[in-house]
Design a protein around this ligand. Structure first.
Ligand code: C2E
Ligand code: CA
Ligand code: CA
Length: 511
């Protein structure tokens, strides 16, 4: 079958659908990559914070150990213990200085020996840790002091901020990393700031030391997710782009397919592939040919001869039925016009007309052109309108039928009995013939109800003075029945199948 039924979309809709189907995988993929990047950064920040925390804990363990060793010496004469203080500084990698305290007075220092400075426990977070921005010896270098006290004695050991900021810099090379002790925090540049930690815009992770109560915060600056994606995902983006193009192309192709029935039919129309076949119609009494019904065939280059019920619905849907019918009428006029001298006058030529052909007065011109090809009075043009698609009576259709009547064109209701035309309808359009649907003819001698309907139609047409055509006559029994009931015209395989013009004209001339 050359066609399947689909709707033709507008060009703008097709472009939008193509773009959307192309964008969908790209957008969806980007969202997934974005979420993946965010998760990766979150994980990385968490790991960095954990690593830094472990490192700081280790350094403080070392510093605290020095204080623990020295605490028993608190209260002793500074001269006696200052070597012990210096030994701790030398032996422990991160300890910068050690000090002893008695009664809140720093009285002995590894750096200066005897010394005098008041110690304020309130400076220390939890009484234990103080992050300060340098001391008189090194005013610009951060310092973390660990305080251990027992009764009146105490030991202070200090950790050089240089080691701390080194960790912040080295571990968090791609990450922003900060250390907070109490109310102060240290940044990777080695500066101590007052106040709470700044909020990091991307993937912030804050961990607190269980042993010493300091906090480590890791995270990334604004825009890091996009930077990360741009740095890490170019191959995946190329893949997404590829999928986008493929999906867009598929979208385009599917739509192209969906619009192709009408494209294909337009092509066929221009190529003259829609041709007329002719099926004879005979008089009920004499069985002589009274004329023919013109039936459309699609002479498809690949599919061969295509039946009309496979493409007429598309033609009606796409609006191509009007030019197709016009072409059929023109071909019929060219083929039969020269034969008109030999016709049994008047020769009936039935043309099937779609309801959409009756929306304007163009049909009048088509009929006039058709009739002009025949000898005057030799032909009777009958327009067959199916009862399944009734024409709405309005100013235009009434005017149309008025003008057709003036031209001498006759009107037949096709497939009569399958639709629901009323008596009023038959009168409004001044119908001339009823073509009884084949289903009723096929039931002659088989189904009593169908026969009953058939009888009513025959009776009705007699009362309304309408000509009647029985379609689909295949058996002698049907002919006998229809002849007995005075049906005016018969059409069916028994008298002749639809045939190409050449065969029809030959048969016509043989008679
Ligand atoms: P239709 O107008 O009712 O045409 C009669 C159909 O019955 C034709 O089928 C014809 O071949 C078939 N037929 C005739 N005698 C017999 C018979 O004894 N036994 C059986 N079983 N069938 C018989 P076809 O040519 O396939 O056309 C089918 C339908 O397509 C037509 O039904 C008509 O509705 C539509 N059609 C055909 N040509 C045109 C056209 O040019 N324009 C429009 N709008 N519709 C058309
Ligand atoms: Ca017909
Ligand atoms: Ca019919």
């Amino acid at each position: 079958m050359p066609l399947t039924r689909r709707h033709r979309r507008k060009r703008s809709t097709r472009i939008v659908v193509t773009l959307l189907s192309g964008l969908l995988p790209v957008v969806l993929g980007s969202v997934i990559l974005y979420m993946q990047a965010e998760r990766t950064l979150q994980q990385s920040a968490g790991e960095t914070a954990e690593q830094a925390l472990r490192q700081f804990d280790l350094m403080l363990d070392n510093t605290a150990e020095a204080a623990r060793m020295l605490l028993p010496l608190a209260g002793k004469n500074c001269e006696e213990v200052k070597l012990a203080l210096r030994e701790q500084v030398t032996r422990r990698p991160f300890v910068r200085s050690t000090n002893l305290v008695w009664d809140n007075n720093l009285y002995c220092s590894s750096l200066f020996g005897e010394f005098k400075e008041v110690v304020n426990a309130g400076n220390y977070h939890d009484g234990r840790l103080w992050l300060m921005n340098g001391n008189p010896v090194t005013p610009d270098t951060a310092l973390l002091i660990y305080r251990l006290s027992n009764g009146r004695g105490g030991a202070l050991t200090t950790l050089d901020g240089y080691h701390l900021s080194n960790i912040l810099r080295l571990i968090g090379r791609q990450t922003l990393l900060m250390l907070q002790v109490g109310e102060n925090w240290l940044s990777a540049d080695g500066n101590v700031h007052k106040g709470s930690l700044p909020v990091l815009p991307v993937a912030q992770s804050v961990l607190e030391s269980q042993r010493y109560g300091f906090k480590v915060s890791a995270g990334f600056p604004k825009g890091e997710i996009w930077r990360y994606m741009a740095a890490e995902y170019p191959p995946l983006f190329s893949l997404l782009l590829f999928f986008g193009v493929v999906s867009g192309a598929i979208g385009h192709f599917i739509q192209q397919r969906s619009t192709s029935p009408s494209h294909e039919m337009l092509r066929a129309l221009e190529a003259g592939e829609f041709i007329p076949y002719f099926q004879p119609v005979v008089y009920g009494d004499s069985k002589r040919w009274s004329g023919a019904e013109v039936l459309m065939r699609w002479n498809h280059p690949k599919e061969g001869l295509v039946r009309p019920d496979l493409f007429i619905p598309f033609a009606e849907h796409s609006g191509l039925i009007v030019p197709m019918t016009r072409s059929l009428m023109q071909q019929t006029a060219v083929l039969l016009g020269p034969q008109s001298a030999t016709f049994n006058k008047p020769f009936h030529v039935g043309i099937n007309i779609a309801a959409s052909h009756c929306h304007d007065l163009e049909l009048v011109k088509d009929c006039r052109d058709f009739l002009a090809a025949f000898e005057p009075g030799s032909v009777e043009l009958v327009l067959e309108l199916t009862e399944r698609e009734l024409i709405e009576p309005n100013d235009i259709t009434l005017e149309l039928f008025e003008q057709l009547r003036a031209l001498g064109v006759k009107i037949a209701i096709d497939d009569f009995g399958t639709g629901h035309s009323s008596l009023g309808y038959l009168r409004t359009f001044k119908v001339d013939f009823l073509k009884i649907d084949q289903s009723f003819i096929a039931m002659i001698g088989i189904d009593a109800l169908s026969r009953h309907i058939l009888d009513s139609i025959i009776e009705l047409s007699a009362k309304l003075d309408l000509g009647i055509v029985a379609e689909g006559v295949e058996t002698q029994a049907q002919v006998d029945y229809l002849t007995a009931h005075k049906v005016s015209f018969l059409q069916g395989y028994l008298f002749g199948k639809p045939m190409p013009a050449a065969d029809f004209i030959r048969a016509l001339n043989d008679r």
